[in-house]
Design a protein around this ligand. Structure first.
Ligand SMILES: Cc1cc2nc3c(=O)[nH]c(=O)nc-3n(C[C@H](O)[C@H](O)[C@H](O)COP(=O)(O)OP(=O)(O)OC[C@H]3O[C@@H](n4cnc5c(N)ncnc54)[C@H](O)[C@@H]3O)c2cc1C
Length: 435
């Protein structure tokens, strides 16, 4: 019986666990290589690499190398423990991605294309790490760069870009998720500053962030305002959300703000309404669209290697027609996603991107990736439910991405509004149910 003590009769191991310590997967299953030794990148079938500049290619190569060497070997352990690998932060900083497209203030000022390609490379190996980076690169940094005061830019941008300061970005509340524009956290004016009161939920990095960007409703104007709350502020409490099935390394928190005092200089002056953060969203949705792309690339690479290594009925799994069809379907999705992702970047860079464009990109790529990861899960059989072989982890990590930064439905409705001129976010009239 599993966990009953095994042949030697041991009943309790280290840490109070019952039974013998499990065999290392490399010994327990020798026909295929786990993801700790990351598979070669083989998903660029249409050679889209040719469309990249030399700088973009160099960045991609560097990010791929660091992720495969430094993160692949530790990711399963930290994902399983649901802990963030703080010791890896210097390595993640060395990728040079935390500043995203922000220019000046010691930031590299990447093109959106470069930033997106690199994000996909991070997500290809580990989606939690890409989320950790994106909170900085596409939410915190642009909010300060586009809406912050000069002294806030001086104080935070370079430090955030190097992960010397860690940030989080808090909009969602327990009662207002998709309907975030109705948020209730309040900001009331007091001498020399503001008092914040309310609750936030799901906020990535919030349990350890040095600075928390809090979006709150100004009690006088009823409009949205933004504030920088510093770690340890009196009345601030951030606790980890436990038992997640995806992005398990990311520390998502529940935040309680109880009369938290924010001095006037820590109010973000450029946020006076929801419209002021739309530019942040347009860019961040494009970046989030590249996470499913990277996840799908990694899952394809993993399946491609696994199917050639693992044998059944005297042949590698890759020899079976049904498996080949699945592999090819995954590959086709990756090509289409890469093309859409690249076009989104180019439209953004030429100033043509609309909210509908970026929402469709995010919604569609996460839906296509769902097909890729579920095919991958099937292809690996039993090992398809083990985090060690990547696809199970990727399968789970995609789910929160499907839902954050606007769920699939909400992003579809943003695009739907743009192409029809009709907003359909409000529910239909509620009738009496027969059930
Ligand atoms: C891992 C993770 C990390 C996150 N990180 C952050 C963060 O750093 N900062 C932050 O502010 N937030 C963050 N979020 C919150 C995230 O943005 C919200 O979860 C998301 O907006 C959805 O809100 P909800 O979970 O309350 O779902 P709900 O709004 O309750 O939606 C539930 C379902 O109803 C559907 N629905 C809701 N309204 C409509 C409508 N009008 N029409 C049609 N369908 C509708 C949705 O599409 C969904 O299927 C994170 C979430 C997760 C899971």
């Amino acid at each position: 019986m599993p966990g009953s003590g095994g042949a030697t009769g041991d009943s309790a191991g280290a840490g109070g666990k019952v039974g013998l310590q499990s065999l290392d997967v490399v010994l327990a299953f020798q026909q295929a290589t786990p993801a700790s030794l990351f598979p070669p990148a083989v998903s660029d079938y249409y050679q889209l690499d040719d469309l990249l500049t030399d700088e973009e290619k160099a960045l991609r190569k560097k990010v791929r190398g660091i992720m495969e060497k430094e993160i692949a070997s530790i990711m399963t352990e930290y994902w399983e423990k649901a802990e963030f690998p703080f010791h890896a932060i210097p390595k993640l900083a060395s990728l040079g991605l935390a500043a995203g497209t922000t220019k000046g203030y010691g930031c590299p000022g990447l093109s959106l294309t470069a930033s997106a390609i690199a994000t996909a490379e991070v997500a290809r190996v580990d989606a939690s790490c890409s989320t950790f980076i994106l909170v900085h690169a596409s939410l915190v940094m642009p909010t300060i760069a586009l809406c912050g005061s000069e002294s806030q830019k001086q104080q935070y941008l370079q430090s955030l870009a190097q992960f010397k300061t860690l940030g989080c970005w808090a909009m969602t509340e327990p009662d207002y998720g998709s309907d975030a524009s109705s948020l209730r956290t309040s900001a009331s004016k007091v001498p020399g500053g503001w008092h914040l009161n309310g609750q936030k939920r799901w906020i990535g990095n919030s349990t350890f962030a040095d600075m928390l960007i809090i979006l709150a409703r100004n009690e006088d104007t009823n409009q949205l305002n933004g504030f920088i709350v510093k770690k340890g502020a009196s009345g601030l409490k951030a606790t980890k959300i436990e038992n997640k099935i995806g992005l398990r390394m990311v520390q998502n928190g529940d935040i309680v703000l109880n009369n938290v005092f924010v001095p006037d200089e820590d109010r973000i002056p450029g946020i006076s309404s929801f419209k002021d953060i739309n530019e942040v969203f347009a860019m961040s949705r494009v970046m989030v669209a590249w996470q499913p792309i990277g996840i799908s690339m990694g899952v394809f690479d993993m399946c491609h290697r696994y199917l050639k290594e693992r044998k059944q009925f005297g042949a590698p799994l890759a020899a079976f027609q049904l498996n080949q069809e699945k592999l090819v379907r995954m590959l086709g999705n990756v090509q289409a996603m890469l093309l859409v992702g690249r076009r989104l970047c180019k439209m953004y860079e030429s100033g043509k991107l609309t909210p509908g464009h970026s929402s469709l990109g995010k919604a569609w790529s996460s839906r296509k990736a769902r097909e890729v990861v579920s095919l991958g899960r099937e292809l690996l059989g039993g090992n398809g439910i083990l985090a060690d072989f990547l696809v199970a982890k990727a399968f789970c990590d995609l789910e929160p991405i499907f839902s954050y930064e606007g769920t699939y439905d909400i992003n579809s409705l943003v695009t739907g509004r743009e192409i029809t001129g009709i907003a359909s976010f409000k529910s239909a009239v509620i009738a009496k149910s027969r059930l």
